[in-house]
Design a protein around this ligand. Structure first.
Ligand SMILES: CC(C)(COP(=O)(O)OP(=O)(O)OC[C@H]1O[C@@H](n2cnc3c(N)ncnc32)[C@H](O)[C@@H]1OP(=O)(O)O)[C@@H](O)C(=O)NCCC(=O)NCCS
Length: 178
């Protein structure tokens, strides 16, 4: 079975407490998040961008931007983490899954450097797992650079059964949702 539609996924919202006690909202990506995403990319280090895109990408074509923003919440589900920065909400992280085969989706994450290590990656993973299960998916997959310990840790600690296949330069991760 392909992914089931989740009627409330586009309005998904949850509040998380970070390791330093601050709060962050995990919510569905919205079509008007373009400038927030661009700002988040602007403040990400070259290393983080490389780990996310396997290349240091700061500029994206209009069709790539449209792909990232026009999320249908069925075959493509995206969440963002929002922190309050002096009364202004800022996108400080994001996680998404894209259904690549029936019942199987690829996940990818990015958290702004100054917010890494606060549990945002793990929280995004937890919420994406809940949505993926609700959608009837069976497996999440990811491609991770071998040196990307934080991402591999988030997957290991997700509670899902994990298998990895190592190739030179990339680790293929498979996580069982059921
Ligand atoms: C991978 C990533 C999304 C994890 O998000 P995060 O918010 O830092 O994750 P968490 O805070 O939930 O922490 C994950 C674990 O990695 C550890 N960690 C986080 N940043 C770290 C760092 N810079 N160095 C070493 N360990 C780190 C954390 O301590 C935590 O381990 P613990 O639970 O044993 O303490 C984030 O580091 C990131 O955006 N990296 C760059 C982009 C990327 O790699 N994307 C993945 C592509 S699939």
């Amino acid at each position: 079975m392909a992914a089931r539609a989740m009627t409330d996924a586009p309005r998904y919202s949850a509040i998380e407490t970070l390791r330093d006690g601050r709060r962050a909202e995990i919510r569905a990506l919205r079509p008007d998040d373009r400038s927030g995403l661009e700002e988040a990319i602007g403040r990400s280090s070259a290393e983080s961008l490389h780990r996310r895109f396997f290349a240091v990408r700061r500029n994206f074509s209009e069709s790539e931007v449209a792909f990232f923003l026009n999320v249908d919440f069925v075959s493509h589900v995206a969440l963002v983490a929002i922190a309050d920065e002096g009364g202004r909400p800022a996108i400080v992280g994001g996680g998404r899954y894209i259904v690549v085969q029936p019942e199987r989706a690829e996940v990818a994450f990015a958290v702004v450097d100054q917010y890494q290590g606060q549990g945002i990656g793990a929280a995004l993973m937890r919420h994406l797992i809940a949505l993926a299960r609700e959608a009837g998916l069976k497996e999440l997959i990811a491609e991770v650079l071998p040196e990307n310990t934080p991402m591999l840790k988030v997957f290991k600690k997700s509670g899902l059964h994990m298998t990895t296949a190592r190739e030179p330069g990339v680790v293929h991760v498979t996580l069982q949702l059921s």
